[in-house]
Design a protein around this ligand. Structure first.
Ligand SMILES: C[S@@+](CC[C@H](N)C(=O)[O-])C[C@H]1O[C@@H](n2cnc3c(N)ncnc32)[C@H](O)[C@@H]1O
Length: 453
């Protein structure tokens, strides 16, 4: 696959700055207009390609403890902080889709106050729990393991959202019962060990289950070799102990707890959030417009702690940014940009060849939501603030949608100036799309904006 993608790149580099022949074949007139408008600001920096995914975090203490697949790399945030020259006493970083808190960790370690907002409770929980590791003494987490294990025969199994289909098939029955007892025992701990153990517990659910977080989906893999809860948790405990030592060896410290704020909220409406400082920079990555449903990928964690039943899970799904196929569109909602409208019109004509007929509605809803989000960022950022947004383009029924450039043009209407569009990497499209419509590269970009003074 790597080879196949590399082979896509040379012709593309040669075709800049004007739209290439394959773009002309695979884009509508509005998409091409955007390509021409922004061509001078598009710059390849494929060195950043490794940093737009979570893979680099496997080596980073604390971040490696929980696999939040949609995270970007800690080093990317470090690099953006350096590029933006953030670090003056008045600086404050906002990540309005903070996920597990990668931005918060990188900023807070430099003594820069950081505020993260996310709508997914498990993401916010991880982002709120990572700073607690700075309060823990070496040996403390390991010491609690034996105590917890001794409690297991005595605790009644924890409540879970049993009516959610995936919970009925994700685990062998004895594993599910063991996990429920571990969960109940963990809830009896005192903070901050309780939160730390909860995080480690969430991290073992996937390896103990038949599920695999894979692409946009949580897949069932019946043939998977499963870890036992006792062993998997002990291994995580040892990893956490190692990290408690590593953060000391690296001299990582949180000078003040107030440097790190993670809030459960909706970035489409920030009115209810009281900001501890006025954000002078924004570093973030929104959900991609590719049918991604976080409430499915993280359903095991959600069903073990955050929702009581399927109706709560579904309500949560509908409260997230509408990047998924179950997105509901109000008839009064219209595509907020002509390039979206043209693609939606095209896709409606191609409905038979779409692998899901709801894709046009999802795209409209996605950009309506992103427009609201950008409006809010324009409102809360201080004048002159810089913003970096990591985003992926998408392709449906052979048609390329330049999500990066659409967001850029929408941002100009909300008070931002587009400074650069850094192409971090080119991705292939799904094998289904490639088979049917040919293989063409799809940009993953970092948008650099400045709020106009
Ligand atoms: C690409 S991930 C960001 C990951 C993050 N950069 C990290 O390193 O962990 C996008 C995030 O947007 C969140 N999200 C979805 N809808 C949201 C909304 N309306 N408001 C805030 N966050 C939302 C998802 O839960 C997800 O964590």
């Amino acid at each position: 696959m790597r080879r196949a993608l590399d082979s896509l790149q040379p012709p593309l580099m040669m075709t800049f700055p004007s739209p290439s022949s394959w773009m002309i074949r695979h884009m509508g007139a509005e998409g091409l207009r955007l390509e021409r408008k922004y061509a001078v600001l598009i710059r390849e920096e494929q060195r950043l390609g490794r940093l737009v995914s979570y893979v680099g975090n496997k080596e980073v203490p604390l971040l490696r403890l929980y696999r939040y697949k949609e995270a970007f790399a800690f080093r990317l945030v470090e690099e953006l902080i350096a590029r933006f020259g953030i670090g003056r006493p008045e600086d404050c970083v906002l990540d309005p889709f903070c996920g597990m808190g990668t931005t918060l960790l990188a900023a807070a370690l430099r003594g820069i106050p950081a505020i993260g907002i996310d709508r997914l409770p498990v993401a916010v929980f991880i982002a709120q729990t990572l700073p607690l590791f700075f309060q823990i003494q070496p040996g403390e987490i390991r010491a609690a393991y034996g105590k917890l294990k001794r409690m297991l025969p005595r605790v009644p199994p924890a409540e879970i959202a049993e009516d959610v289909e995936i919970m009925k098939v994700a685990f062998p029955e004895n594993t599910l019962q063991a996990l429920r007892r571990w969960k109940a025992a963990i809830e009896a701990l005192e903070p901050p060990l309780r939160e730390i153990y909860r995080l480690l517990f969430f991290a073992i659910l996937e390896p103990c289950s038949y599920t695999a977080k894979d692409g946009q989906f949580l897949r069932l893999r019946r043939s998977k070799k499963l870890a036992s809860p006792d062993d998997a948790l002990l291994a995580k405990v040892m990893e956490a102990e190692e990290d408690v030592l590593r953060i000391r060896a690296l001299r990582w410290e949180l000078r003040e707890p107030s440097l790190w704020t993670a809030i459960l909220g909706d970035t489409r409406n920030l009115h209810s959030i009281s900001f501890p400082c006025a954000p002078t920079a924004l570093i973030t990555s929104p959900p991609y417009a590719n049918r991604y449903d976080y409430t499915r990928t993280y359903s095991l964690e959600l069903c073990f702690h955050f929702v009581r039943d399927f109706s709560e899970l579904r309500a949560l799904r509908h409260s997230l940014l509408r990047s998924h196929i179950e997105a509901r569109l109000d008839p009064s909602e219209k595509a907020p940009h002509p390039a979206v409208q043209e693609t939606v019109d095209f896709l409606k004509e191609q409905k038979a060849s779409l692998n899901n007929p709801r894709i046009p509605e999802m795209l409209t809803a996605y950009f309506v939501d992103m427009r609201k989000a950008i409006q809010e960022w324009g409102r809360v950022l201080v004048p002159g603030a810089r913003a970096a947004i990591v985003v992926d383009n998408v392709r449906f029924a052979g048609r390329l949608l330049p999500v990066d450039l659409i967001l850029c043009e929408m941002s100009e209407e909300e008070g931002f100036q587009v400074e650069e569009i850094l192409v971090a990497r080119y991705k292939g499209n799904s094998s289904q799309q490639m088979g049917r419509y040919g293989r063409i590269p799809v940009r993953e970009s970092i948008l650099i904006w400045r709020k106009r003074p």
